[in-house]
Design a protein around this ligand. Structure first.
Ligand code: FAD
Length: 513
């Protein structure tokens, strides 16, 4: 049985690796010269940078992506990661001396004594949600009556918050925007305003373990808290390993190759047509990339049903990023306590998100992040130098002006803002690589750059893995809520298992396991 995969990003490669493991003949096609999509490292004159994901969830031992990789026979070395947050007028860096897993709660109580009760209530809710998460995992793995009962009891503790959106939830706990934004600011990264996001999800965007890598991930000897990490050698190691899992089993990855059409006959996918006109017949087609680009561009609206078309017309992908990669001969870690920090410059993320969607770029004045990539991968920079990545969320299309003409100016403005945190930065820049929306459009083959995936709007439906066209499956960031490395890889695995169950054929060739 032969499968073609469109896109050598994490979605396509994960699905392809499972197919190859189970005996399918797999051919992956990607327009770029490297595998990985947005995970491929950016490179220039001896420097390398992470151009997509900076820190990763779900990948530490025992976590879902690590388990998925184990199923595929892949092992990657990970390094625990942490981040700091600076708000407009207070900072949350981990303490020099470890002060336990609740140091943020204690610090917030000192900073906001008048909010003591709300802070206490939030952290009780946080603990209850983490328990619910743990019990949910256990009940899924071992659905015994006792585990199900414990899950139900854990749910009862948070039931009263179920109907609240993130804004309403924060208002329950805190009087000041200064505290609300600490927990909801990350939503601005996803181009969502707090009204759009389900309140119960807030603790999962604010795992305390993300802010101090010394916090243990176990409770009573059991894996309990999720953590964040880097992949040793950079995130590109992940798509490279997945591609290797395909090629080592007889599959092929065709780079620098654009797919122009998905062949559909009698309601079923029959293969693809490449940009040079080559027809590639296949029993199964798996597409990743932009939903509209795949279904309206490669498939044709006439092959879709009304519901799928309606989802394509209404789901909201994220906006773009403005990315500034710097090579520097100054050690940024002299000024940062963790190699990654989010610098928020506003407490009004509702207006920030609204302006973003109207095409107004804030130039870093609403916030940005700085990541020292060479802190986890010293080989990313020549000796004595450092690889630094800074980025902001940005509109795909500017209401005024255009990215190509103005990216140098925006980069200058961002450097000026960063100098408040990394004094003297401008005088220590030895290399610069700027990526704006048009660069990401080219990289992802999307008409509209959408960093990361789909805006996590509560109850929004995204284009489903199973499509109205028989033998055509859709994976990747636009089929998952939020997107991200964890969701995209585990989503592709779920799609693979669904496909396998529905096709009724356990493997691509007789006898394969
Ligand atoms: C700046 C940035 C920061 C991020 N930060 C994080 C983070 O901190 N943590 C996290 O977990 N995630 C993060 N993400 C998100 C995560 O990296 C993505 O959700 C995930 O990697 C997307 O994988 P994908 O396979 O869906 O898409 P992609 O990586 O876009 O891969 C799709 C590939 O398919 C190719 N393609 C599409 N159509 C065609 C065609 N017709 N012909 C040929 N090739 C085609 C594209 O060119 C591309 O190479 C970030 C992303 C970005 C951009």
């Amino acid at each position: 049985m032969r499968a073609v995969i469109i896109g050598a990003g994490l979605g396509g490669l994960t699905f392809g690796a499972y197919l190859a493991r189970d005996g399918w003949q797999v051919d992956v096609y990607d327009k770029n010269p490297k595998v990985g999509g947005v995970c491929a490292l950016a490179e220039k004159n001896g420097y390398k940078w992470e151009q997509g994901p900076l820190i990763l969830g779900d990948l530490l031992p025992g976590e879902p992506v690590c388990e998925l990789l184990r199923e595929l026979g892949i092992q990657l070395e990970t390094i625990r990661a942490e981040r700091g947050i600076e708000m407009p007028d207070y900072a949350m860096w981990r303490p020099d001396v470890y002060a336990g897993m609740y140091w943020r709660r204690d610090r917030l109580r000192q900073l906001f004594p008048e909010e003591k009760e709300g802070i206490h209530a939030y952290y009780r809710f946080y603990d209850d949600m983490l328990e619910l998460r743990y019990r949910g995992g256990l009940a899924e793995k071992h659905p015994t009556p006792l585990n199900k009962l414990r899950l139900a009891l854990a749910f009862l503790k948070v039931k009263k918050y179920v109907g609240l959106n993130a804004k309403e939830l924060m208002e329950r706990f805190f009087k000041t925007e200064k505290l609300r934004t600490l927990f909801t600011g990350i939503l601005a990264d996803f181009c969502a305003s707090p009204e759009e996001f389900q309140g119960l999800g807030i603790p999962f965007l604010n795992f305390e373990t993300a802010f101090d890598k010394r916090i243990p991930l176990t409770k009573n000897g059991k894996s309990y808290y999720p953590g964040y990490c880097y992949i040793k050698g950079g995130v590109q190691k992940l798509p490279e390993a997945l591609a290797e899992a395909i090629t080592s089993r007889g599959g092929a990855v065709h780079l620098n190759t654009v797919v122009d059409k998905i062949l559909v006959e009698d309601g079923a996918a029959q293969g693809i047509i490449l940009a040079d006109g080559t027809r590639v017949p296949a029993d199964l087609v798996v597409a990743s990339g932009g939903g509209k680009e795949v279904f309206y561009g490669l498939v044709g609206a006439e092959h879709l049903d009304e519901h799928y078309r309606q989802v394509l017309d209404t789901f909201r992908p994220m906006e773009a990023v403005f990315m500034l990669h710097l090579g520097v001969d100054l050690d940024p870690m002299r000024f940062m306590k963790a190699p990654l920090c989010y610098y928020y410059k506003t407490y009004d993320i509702y207006s920030a998100t609204k302006r973003l969607r109207a095409g107004e770029y804030h130039g870093g004045h609403d916030g940005f992040l700085i990541s020292v990539d060479s802190a986890h991968a010293p080989e990313f920079a020549p000796s004595g130098h450092h690889a630094v990545t800074m980025y902001t969320i940005a509109p795909d299309t500017l209401a005024q002006g255009d990215w190509e003409a103005e990216k140098e100016r925006w980069a200058d403005e961002l450097i000026a803002l960063a100098e408040e945190h990394l004094p003297g930065l401008r005088d220590h820049i030895t290399e610069k690589l700027i990526l704006a929306a048009p660069d990401y459009r080219r990289l992802t083959h999307m008409a509209k750059c959408s960093f990361g995936g789909v805006v996590p709007i509560w109850k929004q439906e995204n284009p489903a893995h199973k499509t109205p066209v028989k033998n055509l499956w859709f994976v990747g960031q636009q089929s998952e809520n939020i997107g991200g490395v964890g969701n995209v890889t585990t989503g592709a695995r779920a799609a693979y298992l669904q496909m396998k169950a529905e096709m009724g054929a356990p493997s691509g060739k007789k006898g394969a396991k």
